[in-house]
Design a protein. Structure first.
Length: 281
């Protein structure tokens, strides 16, 4: 599994004890640099993995607009090379992608086969990675996810908690719709797929259930934490960022539910669990 120190990688590490039948190998940037993939075939020869989870990625969405070469090598090129070596070794690839492959003009949850049209370079690089992986090995599993948070790393939940503790009021965008993903729930979904043999291929969607805005998300964080900060709704135009964001990116998860019987829980229940965990650490 790549991305050992990322949100998803950390959650996968955290749940590994619940799956004693597997030997997990977690790779960080030192073990495998996704921008060069130096040593990739040696790792496959050494471990002969049954599954390869690519949880590592260039995730700095705004920085990707100016750091294109690195973003493309990690997100756009590496997945194809990993998929090719997986094919060679008979390894099942589970690669993680993003809702940002869509332009956000939709009004209904996006199906996995909905036409893609990324509005930022990160999304473009991730889309290229999906296509490269599928071209190299169409028996790959690609899971698109969205709005990922966890007790680890930097994410919206932790940023909001910090700002709400520092300031009497904050403004949060209220015209972008999506559904958050607790990285622990995604990690469990990935292990579910592995336990079920990873025999269905193609593109899947996973997030927690719901349709909310970042403002709704922030208000829920405030309420669960019992903070007094005033959370004001603002528009995307009031909060300019180097990379454009899709206005709507709710993902339809039915294919994952049907093929793998993965049942994502409600976004707020997942948020409460994560925040309870954050309080204890
Ligand atoms: N975060 C989100 O909101 C979000 C939304 C949609 C989809 N996704 C997708 O979900 C997956 C997991 O995301 P996440 O939130 O867990 O990301 P994350 O916390 O940013 O972690 C990304 C990991 O990738 C590693 N990485 C970056 N460049 C690398 C390189 N050149 N070589 C090796 N490792 C490298 C990082 O290593 P270092 O620790 O050394 O930096 C980090 O461990 C990614 O595919 C991402 O695109 C995320």
């Amino acid at each position: 599994m790549t991305g050992k120190n990322g949100q998803l990688g950390s959650e996968l590490m955290g749940i590994q004890m619940s799956y004693p039948g597997y030997r997990f190998v977690f790779l960080d940037r030192k073990d495998l640099d996704l921008s060069t993939l130096e040593g990739l075939s040696g790792l496959f020869e050494q471990y002969q993995p049954a599954f390869f989870v690519n949880a590592g990625a260039y995730t700095a969405v705004d920085k990707a607009e100016s750091d294109k070469e690195l973003a493309m090598s990690v997100n756009g090129i590496a997945p194809g090379k990993i998929a090719a070596i997986c094919k060679q070794f008979g390894t099942k690839l589970i690669h993680v992608s993003t809702d940002y492959v869509f332009d956000g003009n939709g009004e209904y949850p996006y199906l996995p086969d909905h036409p893609t049209s990324p509005v930022n370079y990160y999304g473009q690089s991730k889309l290229q990675g999906e296509q490269a992986a599928m071209e190299a090995n169409n028996a790959s599993i690609i899971i698109r996810t969205a709005w990922v948070y966890s007790a680890y790393g930097n994410n919206f939940v932790k940023t909001m908690l910090r700002l709400m503790n520092e300031r009497p009021s904050i403004g949060v965008v209220s015209d972008q719709f999506g559904a958050p993903t607790y990285a622990r729930d995604l990690a469990i979904a990935i292990m579910d797929i592995i336990e079920k043999g990873a025999g269905h291929y193609g593109i899947y969607h996973f997030s927690n259930e719901g349709k909310i805005t970042w403002w709704d998300f922030a208000v829920a964080i405030k309420e669960i934490a019992g903070l007094n900060c005033q959370v004001n709704p603002i528009s995307t135009a009031d909060f300019p960022t180097p990379a454009k964001r899709p206005a709507y990116s709710v993902l339809d998860k039915d294919k994952l539910k049907k093929d793998y019987d993965v049942q994502p829980r409600d976004w707020k229940a997942a948020l409460k669990e994560c925040m309870g965990y954050l309080e204890r650490i």
